[in-house]
Unconditional design. Structure first.
Length: 192
């Protein structure tokens, strides 16, 4: 089984007032863009969305479709907490494709590229997207590496784990825009 994990637990402090995940772009909340892209890839059998800050507000304001929201109680401890929560939720999967809830221009095509890697390498899958050589998302991790994510602590992502396991960089500039929305200005730029 290949699972999708959408990380959307952060407070979005640089975004200012209001839940960043609910900010509208093209008439729908930011988070729904990422969810729709993952949902459009039929080979992903299960989708988990990790929420944390303002979870109740986001649960009420987002159409999750087939995705299962999971609330990370210790989200304020940092990125590692939401990563651990997402991986724990899909622990029975052979591989997980990790994406970010604030990347509204992610496409089914780029996600499918990482699903293909998961299908080919199964529990040993390990790759990350790069855009013009810069690291980004999606990331695919096989179950063999889930324990390394479970050991992460603090405000760190999977970067060091990916480096340690030799995750393969996959150039994805031709498949989608890596733009994420961290500030109101970034959102306005996408709207323009």
């Amino acid at each position: 089984m290949i699972a999708g994990v959408v990380l959307a637990a952060g407070s979005g402090s640089r975004f200012g007032a209001g839940a960043k995940q609910l900010a509208e772009l093209d008439g729908i909340p930011l988070l729904e863009h990422a969810l729709r892209a993952v949902e459009a890839v039929p080979a992903i059998e299960r989708i988990v969305v990790v929420l944390g800050a303002r979870a109740e507000e986001i649960l009420a304001g987002v159409d999750f479709g087939a995705a299962e929201p999971v609330v990370c109680a210790d989200w304020a401890d940092g990125q590692a907490a939401s990563l651990r929560c997402g991986i724990e939720a899909v622990a029975d999967a052979d591989a997980a494709v990790l994406t970010l809830g604030d990347m509204p221009r992610i496409t089914p095509q780029v996600i499918a590229r990482f699903v293909d890697i998961a299908a080919e390498h199964g529990t040993h899958a390990r790759a990350r997207a790069v855009y013009d050589g810069l690291p980004g998302h999606p990331v695919v991790l096989g179950r063999e590496y889930f324990a390394r994510i479970a050991a992460l602590q603090g405000d760190v992502g999977a970067r060091e784990v990916l480096k340690a396991i030799g995750a393969h960089p996959i150039e994805c500039s031709h498949l989608c825009s890596p733009a994420d929305v961290d500030t109101p200005d970034a959102l306005e730029e996408l709207r323009g």
